[in-house]
Design a protein around this ligand. Structure first.
Ligand code: AMP
Ligand code: ZN
Length: 114
């Protein structure tokens, strides 16, 4: 955990945020700047700066994050119609917060670039 990281500050409680889901490995919030009618973020509790840093040992964490994303998509009513799960990686990948997070986007027809 690093104190200058937005998402670590949400984990520690230093920054208050409404959580849609919270377990031992990850939590989920609504994106503050939604690009679709449903735009959620599933965020691990451990600090991993980018998906480039992910190793095989992180498999259970990524599995949990994906299962949580799928459950939330169901709860938001977008599961049947379809949705997008995205990790942005690095600057040209569109990453702005350097603590990995899984975007859950849906509720409208998404184009090739979102
Ligand atoms: P990325 O650009 O892939 O790193 O995604 C970072 C996301 O975090 C963006 O979609 C932002 O809108 C979102 N975001 C930034 N600050 C907050 C915040 N305080 N609460 C919720 N979402 C945030
Ligand atoms: Zn962090």
């Amino acid at each position: 955990m690093t104190t200058d990281c937005l998402f670590c500050n949400m984990v520690s409680g230093e920054m208050a945020v409404e959580k849609l889901h919270d377990d031992d490995l990850c939590f989920a919030i609504r994106d503050i700047n939604p690009r679709a009618p449903v735009h959620l973020l599933v965020i691990p509790k451990i600090h991993i700066a980018t998906m480039r840093d992910v190793q095989e040992e992180h498999g259970p964490l990524l599995g949990r994050m994906t299962a949580v994303a799928n459950r939330l998509a169901e709860a938001e009513g977008i599961s049947e119609r379809g949705y997008r799960l995205t990790f942005n990686v690095g600057d040209e990948g569109g990453q702005t917060v350097y603590h990995i997070h899984l975007h859950v986007l849906g509720g409208r027809q998404l184009g090739a670039e979102g």
